[in-house]
Design a protein around this ligand. Structure first.
Ligand code: BTN
Length: 243
């Protein structure tokens, strides 16, 4: 494990990707920053974080493409590592909101942005970006966002959390080898937010519709039962879960 600590950068994902172009980096190289001036979220969104209050970091993980022939397995592996790290801390009512938001109750406390780069025909270099809301107390204009401090009523040490995440990420990758993809997927589905509950979704046309989340496909699509028992699979661009 190598840790590169920065006071500020545009985005730790971008920093790590640039560094990978310049030199060969060891597996589990971490880049952690107190501030990101261009923190990036999923689907082109911005990830905001108060200076020095939260954990914003990226990890390089080299993987053999054969091991990850199910493209969603990496996402499952990382989501479960984050889930387990937060579970260890006693954070209540943890769920994974498809594809990889980590919630406590109905509030998002952690976001994950995975960017894969092919290096050769058999290897993938995965840049795993994690933003965890730790000691920030105000999230103006973000009603369904919270932090560990707001939930647990105490301040957390960022360095301790980083090591906790390192351990859980390592464990999660080992678990794929030891227990297999099927086990990982079942575990992921067992902690999926609103699974088997009546839920409201918004489609690409802006219309709302009702359905029940049943799980995820091997491709990572959300499997939903709609009215009249129609089964459908949606990708991230096609659907957003409202409640
Ligand atoms: C999301 O939209 O939920 C994903 C947020 C990911 C944020 C993290 S913070 C560290 C890393 N660097 C970035 O620019 N983004 C990720």
């Amino acid at each position: 494990m190598r840790i590169i600590k920065l006071n500020a950068t545009d985005s730790t994902n971008l920093y790590l990707k640039d560094l990978m172009n310049e030199s060969s980096l060891e597996d589990f190289t971490f880049v952690v920053a107190d501030t990101q001036t261009l923190g990036r979220g999923q689907m082109g969104t911005v990830w905001e974080s108060e200076h020095g209050k939260n954990l914003t970091f990226s990890v390089l993980k080299k993987i053999e493409s054969e091991q990850f022939n199910n493209p969603f397995l990496l996402n499952i592996c990382i989501s479960l590592a984050v889930y387990n790290a937060l579970h260890t801390l006693g954070i209540p009512n943890l769920k994974v909101k498809w594809p990889n938001d980590i919630l406590s109750g109905h509030s998002k406390i952690c976001g994950i942005l995975i960017e894969n780069i092919l290096s050769g025909s058999r290897m993938i270099s995965s840049v795993i970006g994690i933003g965890l809301n730790v000691n920030q107390e105000k999230f103006i204009g973000l009603p369904n966002v919270s932090s560990l401090k707001l939930i647990m009523g105490k301040t957390f040490d960022l360095e301790m959390l980083l090591f906790l995440f390192y351990g859980e990420l390592k464990k999660s990758f080992l678990e794929i080898e030891n227990k297999g993809a099927g086990y990982m997927k079942d575990t992921y589905e067992s902690v999926l937010f609103r699974k088997d509950k009546p839920s409201t979704f918004k489609g690409t046309d802006g219309n709302l519709f009702m359905g029940f989340i049943r799980g995820v496909s091997d491709q990572g699509k959300l499997m939903v039962t709609l009215e009249d028992d129609i089964q459908k699979e949606f990708n991230m661009k096609e659907i957003s879960l409202l409640y």
